[in-house]
Every structure is written in structure tokens, then in C-alpha cells.
Ligand binder design. Structure first.
Ligand code: GLN
Length: 492
């Protein structure tokens, strides 16, 4: 079969069960595509061909025996922030250029246990800091829809790999939008779960109170399949929640769009810098949901202006603390010929970290320093609480909240926005992480340059099933999620 990469996760699962094709054939098919097409997209940092084929053979044996998991034998790509035993984990940094973890992240272990086949590790902004994937030490990844554009970030490699049909699904992480924004830029569906739903164990920490892993795929249905594998309590992550996990696939038709109250925050659609095409496509998608029976309700989210400054204090503060472990002694990169211990620290960190990471360490260290702690960090924590309360108040009158995922479509590679311009592009995604809420991106059309536009739906805590179900039903009634970039149509 030449078009195995066109099949959805459900179709792959059925095809494997019915022995229409084997996991080895499927895995070889994807590996061939990666070899032929990825040199143009540059989504993979590491391709684990040999291991993938061994995993595929094991899945085929399990499938033959008749007691395989629904996803056994289906390939996936992991963001290079998830630790993988025996395979390099770089987090897009020179600091971890040669780092081989002695253990698997829980997400990776769960995927393995389900029989999913790891195709490799995909690119990202260094330590997940960025919105373009250009901050990767390995180099930039291209957007499959326009190779001179970025795929978004920080999970840009995950998004590009799926959008170019170089993996049927991928894992991503979202600290301030890193699943939703690249999904938006690449025309994919991506879910950022409630904080605590997916284990952070073995996920290299950026900002621990905000980080959350989740699925990136071509449809809500595909995301639901991966959520069924990766969600759940983990004793190795103290912030993971011991709460029953939904069957996200079984619940796909569980929420009626008819009668659903969708909040439209006034403030969100008046943001300076909101692209006219993005606004139009998002409004059209909301009109479509209205036609399907949803009720659009205008709401107030008064804290909107505080999102960017609050996140860009809290996230760097936590990052500066998390990244202190990279000292040239215990982990990763070490400078040549240090003259003394201080020189070893200083040069290892100056040489090992890229500019954006250093900028955040400086901001975070400053915000946490004795003289400024109350003025910046403590204040940001208080504002964070107000942002959360703003959402909780809104959820008293609406079921979900709609927003663009990003104010623009994908930037050109090398556009070289200033750090503050770049940070402002995160306006629609940051508050969700500050509040710990779940949110999803769904593709809803294209701008005048044929670049994808995404709709974001934000739900109340633990509403992953509801979000997936709404998008699934939208996708049953529209075909934006079936559109493919030209490069994905190429055959290997
Ligand atoms: N773009 C945001 C940042 O640079 C979000 C990144 C993320 O979610 N990991 O921090």
C-alpha cells in the first residue's frame, strides 16, 4: 500500500487488527517517508529506525496472539524533551547534545507499554522556550505548508512531522502554548490537558507549575486515542492527579454541540496585532458551531492584559531554578580547560545555553532575587490567582471559551522578531497554563497565503473529553482537518 500515511489512528488500528498490513510494513513506510521528505522539513533530531523495526516486530507478534492494545504497532514521534532510555534526548540544546537518559519518561513508557512504535525524537525550541522552533541548537524546522515559514513552537518538530505525514501522531508539551500554537500553525489538532492529567516524570522541566504533555494529531479522534494511552496518575510525579481517567475515544460523541454555551471574550477579539484573516476564520468557525446548535455568549475576561507580563515572570523564574542543575558538573555540556570551579560553571553555562535560554535565566534570577522577589515574583503569583478566578467566573455562565490560538499565522523563518514581539504572540495561550486549564486547537481554514488558522477552545478543569468531543463533531461537519500540505502528498 502506498497510502498508509493517509489512514487515521482508528483506521490504522483496524487495519493492523485485521492484518491488512503489518506494523513492520507500516513502520517501514513511515521510515521511507522520513528518509525522503524530512531532509526538506527537518522535523526529526533522531530517527530510531532499527529500534522502531524491532518494536514493530514485537507489536506484530502481539497482534497475532490477539491480545494487543488498540494502538499496538502504530508509529509515533516524541518531542525531544521526553527522556528516552538509550536514545539521545537533547531538548534542542547544546547543553544536552549528547545526553542519553538512563530511564524513560512516563509518557514514553506508557506509549511503549501500549505497543506504539517510536519512530524517533523531534525538534523543539531549546528547553521549550520559544514560539518558532528556531531556538533549537540543532537548527530550524520548516512548516510543511510553506517551507520558508516556521512550524511554530516549541513543539514545532512534532507539528511539522505530523503535518508532513512523517508520523501519524506525536507527543508535545505545553507550558504556555507549545502544543496549541504549533498545531495552529501547521493545521493540526492539539490538546493541552488539565495540569496534572499527564505525568511530567521524565519530561525535562521548563516551568514546573505550567508544563503539561499532550497529543498532537490530525484530528480530535486521533488525539483521543493517544490521550487514552498517556493520561493518568503517576506516583513519580507529585503534581499528577489521582483521578479516574475518561475513555476519551468512547466519549467522542459525548457532548452535544446543540445547546452548548460558548463564551466569546470581548477582550480577545480586540487585541492589537490580531490578523484580519485569523479573526475572520475563527469567527466563521464559531458561526459553524452556532449552526450546529451552539449558543455564542459574549463574556468578559478582564485580566487579558496581564497574561503576557505574568507568564513572562513566572515561567522564567521557574526556569532559572530548574536550569540551575545544568552546571557543567552533573549534566551535559562542560567547557574545555576550566581554570577553577567558577570558570567551569560560568563558561559551561554561557557556552551550553543559547541566547533565549540565557535571557530567561537572567529575567528569572532577577525576579527571584531577594530585593525584587515581592515586587515581581510574589505579585505575579497574586495576579496568576486573579487570572484563574476570572476563568472560573466565566465558567459559571458558559461551558467552554473560544479564542484564536495565535494572533497570526506562521512567521517566516528568520523574521527575527524582538523578544517582546515574540512574547506578545503568546497572548491567547498563556492564561490557560497559568490557570492550569485544558484547551484544544482545531484547524479552521487558511489565510490569504494558504497558511493554516486555528480555533482554540478552553474548557473547565478535567473537560478533556468535552473538548475532544466538540472538535470531533465539528470535524464530522467540516473538512479543514483533512486538508494536507503539498509535501505530505509526496510519495516516498
Ligand atoms: N512560547 C512560550 C514560551 O516561549 C510557550 C512555550 C511553551 O509552551 N513551552 O515560553
Amino acid at each position: 500500500m502506498t497510502d498508509l500515511h493517509r489512514l487515521s489512528i482508528r483506521e490504522l488500528s483496524e487495519g493492523l487488527k485485521q492484518a491488512q498490513f503489518s506494523s513492520r510494513e507500516l513502520t517501514e513506510h513511515y521510515l521511507k517517508r522520513i528518509a525522503k521528505i524530512d531532509p526538506k522539513v527537518k522535523s526529526y533530531v533522531t530517527v530510531t529506525a532499527e529500534q522502531a523495526l524491532a518494536e514493530a516486530d514485537a507489536a506484530d507478534a502481539a497482534l497475532k496472539s490477539g491480545n494487543a492494545h488498540a494502538l499496538a504497532g502504530i508509529p509515533l514521534a516524541h518531542k525531544d524533551i521526553f527522556c528516552t532510555r538509550g536514545i539521545k534526548t537533547t531538548a534542542g540544546s547544546k547543553m544536552l547534545d549528547n545526553f542519553i537518559s538512563p530511564y524513560d519518561a512516563t509518557v514514553v513508557a506508557k506509549a511503549k507499554a501500549a505497543g506504539l512504535v517510536t519512530l524517533g525524537k523531534v525538534n523543539m525550541d531549546e528547553f521549550a522556550m520559544g514560539s518558532t522552533s528556531e531556538n533549537s541548537y540543532i537548527g530550524a524546522t520548516s512548516n510543511p505548508w510553506a517551507l520558508d515559514h516556521v512550524p511554530g513552537g516549541s513543539s514545532g518538530g512534532s507539528a511539522a512531522a505530523v503535518a508532513a505525514d512523517l508520523a501519524p501522531i506525536a507527543t508535545g508539551t505545553d507550558t504556555g502554548g507549545s502544543i496549541r500554537q504549533p498545531a495552529s500553525f501547521c493545521g493540526l489538532t492539539g490538546l493541552k490537558p488539565t495540569y496534572g492529567r499527564v505525568s511530567r516524570f521524565g519530561m525535562i522541566a521548563y516551568a514546573s507549575s505550567l508544563d503539561q504533555g499532550g497529543p498532537m494529531a490530525r484530528s480530535a479522534e486521533d488525539c483521543a486515542y493517544l490521550m487514552n494511552v498517556i493520561a493518568g496518575h503517576d506516583a513519580k510525579d507529585s503534581t499528577s492527579i489521582n483521578k479516574e481517567v475518561d475513555d476519551y475515544v468512547a466519549n467522542l460523541n459525548g457532548t452535544a454541540v446543540k445547546g452548548l454555551r460558548i463564551g466569546i471574550p470581548k477582550q480577545y477579539f480586540n487585541v492589537a496585532g490580531l490578523d484580519a484573516d485569523v479573526k475572520a476564520r475563527v469567527e466563521e468557525s464559531l458561526k459553524k458551531l452556532e449552526d450546529m446548535g451552539a449558543i455564542l455568549v459574549e463574556i468578559d475576561l478582564n485580566m487579558t492584559e496581564a497574561y503576557v507580563p505574568t507568564y513572562y515572570l513566572i515561567a522564567p523564574a521557574e526556569a532559572s531554578s530548574n536550569l540551575s542543575r545544568f552546571d557543567g558538573v552533573r549534566y551535559g555540556y562542560r567547557c574545555e580547560n576550566p581554570v577553577d570551579l567558577m570558570d567551569l560553571y560560568k563558561r559551561s553555562r554561557s557556552e551550553g545555553f543559547g541566547a533565549e535560554v540565557q535571557r530567561r535565566i537572567l529575567i528569572g534570577t532577577y525576579a527571584l532575587s531577594a530585593g525584587y522577589y515581592d515586587a515581581y515574583y510574589v505579585k505575579a503569583q497574586k495576579v496568576r490567582r486573579l487570572i484563574q478566578q476570572d476563568f472560573l467566573k466565566a465558567f459559571e455562565s458558559v461551558d467552554v471559551i473560544a479564542a484564536p490560538s495565535a494572533p497570526t499565522t506562521a512567521y517566516k523563518i528568520g523574521a527575527n522578531l524582538s523578544p517582546t514581539e515574540m512574547y506578545l504572540g503568546d497572548i491567547y495561550t498563556l492564561a490557560v497554563n497559568l490557570a492550569g486549564l485544558p484547551a484544544i486547537n482545531a484547524p479552521v481554514g487558511f489565510d490569504k497565503d494558504s497558511l493554516p488558522v486555528g480555533l482554540q477552545l478552553i474548557g473547565n478543569y478535567w473537560s478533556e473529553s468535552q473538548l475532544l468531543s466538540i472538535v470531533h463533531q465539528y470535524q464530522q461537519n467540516t473538512d479543514w482537518h483533512t486538508k494536507r500540505a503539498a509535501i505530505a502528498e509526496e510519495n516516498a
